[in-house]
Design a protein around this ligand. Structure first.
Ligand SMILES: NC(=O)C1=CN([C@@H]2O[C@H](COP(=O)(O)OP(=O)(O)OC[C@H]3O[C@@H](n4cnc5c(N)ncnc54)[C@H](OP(=O)(O)O)[C@@H]3O)[C@@H](O)[C@H]2O)C=CC1
Ligand SMILES: CC(=O)N[C@@H](CCC(=O)OP(=O)(O)O)C(=O)O
Length: 347
């Protein structure tokens, strides 16, 4: 099977990772890479690491032509820009995977409240599937429209899913402390992400008001079977890639580390991408950089009755492009690991 693929917003960091992964995918053929500022340039002029791997030029978006040409379209645009694209693609019976936030929410009101823009297609939210295969695989198999999860939410939901599904933690006690590399903010220039601001610095931002909070709560709530409210604090670290989330929650009853690990082992037994690391090894961003893995380890603190879960991903891979390709594989009935099997880079 050869799947014709178009990438909208290919010149951003998430888009470029999609292009890199798809250029080596045995069942994908890249047919169009769109941009708003590099029209007519060879893609490898914008991203030289792909010289001799990607021969396409960047093009401005010609939506009807693209929707005709491709079997699946990925969008890696800032939120608020993809609704017309999704409508056109779906009307032609093609599949659409959005890496932004526009199709992640069940409720347009929640999206509008946190993203401060109107959602112009609430009816599409009803058919969109939240693209976290480890939790929603069956729905993704038959979906035409997938809202690929946010980077922080991927690390947090995968970190907590086994405990919430088993009802083992007090849902009112979840506190999440996440650290991200700077590529999480995209390629565009901004004061807060330029070298002198980020290098040798470590800071929290958007404390208690980050837009990923309601997305995390929505998905954790589904796993727990009850509404959830969490405390979520993101931090910016002076590294290019990676997210490490440290998640705290109170256990409902006394449990040993072995009992908690058994819950994770069972939940992730058949999952290739989520790795429960052996006792004595903790997740770290370097160990997942460049791969689609999420490394997870729960630790029990018997003194406080809390479980502390460490979860690490590459924000651009399992947190964005890799997960999007994983979703494509599921939607087209391919083995889920196709094009994504390789381990990451170290150091
Ligand atoms: N970076 C990350 O780790 C993650 C990102 N995401 C999501 O993926 C999406 C892309 O993020 P990222 O790659 O980081 O962002 P970038 O800023 O690096 O890239 C944005 C892309 O969108 C294009 N673009 C920007 N504005 C417009 C517009 N008004 N109309 C059309 N195209 C536009 C840019 O084109 P040009 O290059 O020509 O300017 C570029 O191709 C976002 O929704 C983000 O939230 C999700 C998870 C993780
Ligand atoms: C380090 C950094 O700035 N990270 C970004 C990640 C958010 C993101 O990609 O958000 P959506 O996918 O929901 O738009 C941020 O905190 O805004």
């Amino acid at each position: 099977m050869q799947i014709k693929v178009g990438v909208i917003g290919a010149t951003g960091y998430a888009g470029a990772e999609l292009v890199r992964i798809l250029s080596a995918h045995p069942h994908a053929e890249l047919v169009a890479l769109t941009t708003q500022s590099y029209g007519g340039k060879a893609f490898c002029e914008v991203y030289p690491h792909l010289y001799k791997h990607v021969a396409l030029e960047c093009r401005e978006l010609d939506l009807p032509a693209l929707a005709e040409q491709a079997d699946v379209i990925f969008a890696a645009l800032p939120h608020g820009h993809v609704v017309p694209v999704a409508r056109e693609v779906l009307a032609r019976g093609k599949k659409f995977i959005d890496l932004g936030a526009d199709f992640r929410f069940d409720s347009s009101e929640v999206y509008e409240q946190w993203y401060k823009v109107e959602h112009t297609a609430p009816e599409l939210l009803r058919q969109a599937v939240y693209g976290l295969p480890e939790v929603h695989r069956e729905k993704i198999k038959t979906a035409s429209l997938v809202g690929n999860p946010g980077c922080y939410p991927t690390s947090v939901i995968l970190g907590l899913a086994p405990l919430l599904r088993s009802g083992l933690v007090d849902t009112g006690t979840v506190v999440v402390d996440s650290k991200s590399g700077v590529s999480g903010a995209g390629r565009g220039l901004s004061l807060g992400t330029h070298f002198a601001e980020v290098n040798e610095n470590f800071r929290a931002y958007n404390v208690g008001v980050h837009r990923h909070t309601p997305e995390i709560e929505q998905e954790l709530g589904k796993l727990a079977g009850e509404e959830m409210r969490i405390s979520f604090t993101p931090h910016l670290t002076p590294m290019n890639r990676g997210i490490l989330s440290t998640i705290y929650a109170k256990l409902k009853r006394e449990m040993t580390l072995e009992q908690v690990r058994a819950v994770y082992e069972e939940f992730y037994r058949s999952e290739y991408f989520v790795r429960l690391l052996p006792p004595g090894i903790l997740p770290q961003t370097k160990a997942v950089a460049g791969s689609n893995h999420c490394d997870v380890v729960p630790v029990v603190d018997p003194r406080t009755g809390r479980v502390v879960v460490l979860s690490a991903i590459d924000n651009l891979i399992k947190g964005a492009a890799g997960q999007a390709v994983q979703n494509m594989n599921v939607m087209f009935g391919l083995p889920e690991t196709t094009g994504l099997e390789r381990p990451g880079l170290y150091p």
